[in-house]
Design a binder for this molecule. Structure first.
Ligand SMILES: *[C@@H]1O[C@H](CO)[C@@H](O)[C@H](O)[C@H]1NC(C)=O
Ligand SMILES: *[C@@H]1O[C@H](CO)[C@@H](O)[C@H](O)[C@H]1NC(C)=O
Ligand SMILES: *[C@@H]1O[C@H](CO)[C@@H](O)[C@H](O)[C@H]1NC(C)=O
Ligand SMILES: *[C@@H]1O[C@H](CO)[C@@H](O)[C@H](O)[C@H]1NC(C)=O
Ligand SMILES: [Zn+2]
Length: 301
């Protein structure tokens, strides 16, 4: 029944959407054909990706992050963008370290989720999709906007956090979750008395992470993002996770499954910061040195 309307898409540019938002009443461009919205979406360094743990390269040069302003309380705009829920972040939140090279400042955070708490993360690890993924979007301090930063190959840094279903509510998320009912359709509201710390992991759980070069996961898919994905997960109860499904797309359909499918790696290397495996790899190193020097010892004696 959509056939005729799909022809329209061929002649007129229609906005991008997730597959779950598409309907015959609201024709939009689904992820498979985002290349028609922006050619960059067909690039060779796209995000998200599936991370295969056995193929990551452990780097000792991936130190921990320093947040500035992470504990400061703020009030900011929370909005249903029509594609996601986004919290604007104040400009006094900065991130250093993590081998980012420069200081990056925070712009906003937003989330990607499934349907009623089902699988919904963008990145996957060994094929596992988590129920939700949060992105903190930062740009190099010298830039004034995201569109300015994307012209730089390393202009944008995104910190990604995976969520895992927990038995108990994560009370720190309640102010945000309570506010969702005020923005079920595309609109905005104000969230007060929150700090970035409420939404992230404890500082000493942000030492284990994956790193690779990729893109924005929505059009225009600019390939200008240094990705960091933390291995530890943020807990949310099934009820809290399901609360995001009360949001609605502009078409009125439930805002669910708001993720782009994983993209080809095309030979890119994914790095891992090590963290807890450093002791194990040191032991492997010592063992291999001993084993390889055994014939030598034998020879000289
Ligand atoms: C553009 O859209 C058409 C029709 O939907 C599709 O066949 C084609 O593959 C798309 N092109 C790109 C670059 O995604
Ligand atoms: C889209 O990509 C182009 C080229 O990288 C960039 O100049 C432009 O600012 C981007 N637009 C947005 C909204 O990011
Ligand atoms: C935010 O809300 C105000 C009024 O409530 C509206 O004028 C403005 O356009 C909204 N902005 C966005 C981005 O939705
Ligand atoms: C933080 O790290 C500790 C020690 O590795 C671990 O026991 C705890 O479960 C972690 N917490 C989270 C929220 O991942
Ligand atoms: Zn995102």
């Amino acid at each position: 029944p959509c056939l005729f309307l799909s022809l329209l898409q061929f002649f007129f540019e229609v906005g991008w959407c997730y597959q779950s938002a598409f309907s015959c009443d609201h024709i939009c461009t689904e992820p498979d054909t985002w290349g028609n919205v922006s050619q960059q979406c067909n690039g060779r360094s796209q995000s998200p990706i599936n991370i295969i743990k056995s193929r990551v390269s452990t780097e000792k040069d991936l130190p921990s992050f320093q947040f500035i302003g992470q504990q400061d309380a703020f009030h900011a705009r929370l909005l249903n963008t029509g594609h996601s829920v986004q919290l604007d972040l104040p400009s006094n939140i900065w991130v250093q370290g993590g081998n980012l090279g420069e200081t990056y400042k925070a712009l906003q955070l937003h989330l990607h989720w499934g349907k009623n708490g089902g699988p919904g993360s963008e990145h996957t690890i060994d094929g596992e999709q988590f129920p939700m993924e949060m992105h903190i979007v930062l740009i190099k301090e010298e830039y004034n906007s995201l569109s300015e930063a994307v012209s730089d190959r390393e202009g944008v840094a995104v910190l990604g956090f995976f969520f895992k279903e927990s038995r108990n509510d994560n009370k720190k998320f309640n102010p945000l979750i309570r506010a969702l009912k005020r923005i079920t359709s595309p609109s905005n509201t104000t969230l007060s008395g929150v700090s970035l710390e409420m939404f992230t992991l404890p500082q000493n759980n942000m030492t284990r992470y994956f790193r690779y070069d990729g893109s924005l996961t929505t059009p225009n898919c600019s390939q200008s993002v240094i990705w960091t994905l933390f291995e530890d997960t943020v807990p949310l109860s099934s009820k809290q996770l399901a609360a995001f499904s009360q949001l609605k797309f502009p078409s009125g359909k439930p805002m669910v499954n708001t993720y782009r499918p994983v993209q080809p790696l095309n030979g890119r290397q994914v790095y891992y910061s090590g963290g807890h495996v450093s002791v194990v790899s040191a032991m492997v190193l010592i063992t291999s040195v001993l084993v390889s020097s055994l014939p030598l010892l034998h020879h000289t004696t």
